[in-house]
Ligand binder design. Structure first.
Ligand code: HEM
Length: 144
């Protein structure tokens, strides 16, 4: 029962860490058409979405570690080792992919179209990373 609750919490956090990403694309296309003066409010809305994604991500790791503890999975299973590596890489990725866009939004040479491009590329990369995690979690591949 506890295990099922933990798994539920883990999957809900994964949904929270992935779902809001899909709000980014319609926001970006509206931003493209919006007058220049409204750009900043779109930047703020996008930062809010990214915060929601980051909060979801904060619960994925502790619930995942607890699942390992309470499940029959060994800490050294190959799919879990790949998960630890990918998770560490994704923390660096989150910082390096979205931070430049955030700093650019605050900079004097802000340009709406460059900003939209930066956020779009980062979002696709992050979506691909989340798909990789979901594949790891659902197929639990035996890498070696
Ligand atoms: C340090 C990071 C993570 C660890 C240690 C971890 C660990 C685990 C473990 C042990 C399970 C239970 C497997 C089972 O007994 O069936 C699980 C299930 C799951 N995890 Fe993770 N996880 C992590 C990150 C993630 C991420 C980033 C996502 C998605 C974006 C995710 C999505 C899922 C899903 C959807 C399941 C259910 C799979 C199933 O029941 O077949 N996890 N995870």
């Amino acid at each position: 029962m506890l295990y099922k609750l933990l798994l539920f919490a883990h999957v809900v956090s994964a949904v929270a860490a992935t779902g809001p990403l899909f709000a980014i694309f319609p926001l970006l296309s509206r931003m493209k058409k919006a007058p220049e003066a409204e750009a900043l409010s779109y930047v703020n809305a996008l930062q809010g979405v990214l915060r929601a994604v980051a909060h979801g991500g904060h619960y994925v790791v502790p619930t995942g570690l607890m699942l390992i503890h309470f499940s029959g999975w060994s800490w050294g299973s190959s799919w879990l080792i790949v998960t630890y590596i990918a998770m560490t890489a994704s923390l660096y990725f989150m910082a390096s992919a979205f931070k430049p866009a955030r700093n650019f939004a605050k900079s004097a040479d802000f340009s709406k179209y460059t900003y939209i491009h930066m956020v779009k590329v980062a979002t696709w990369k992050y979506t691909a990373l989340m798909c990789f995690f979901i594949w790891l979690m659902t197929s639990k591949p035996n890498f070696w």
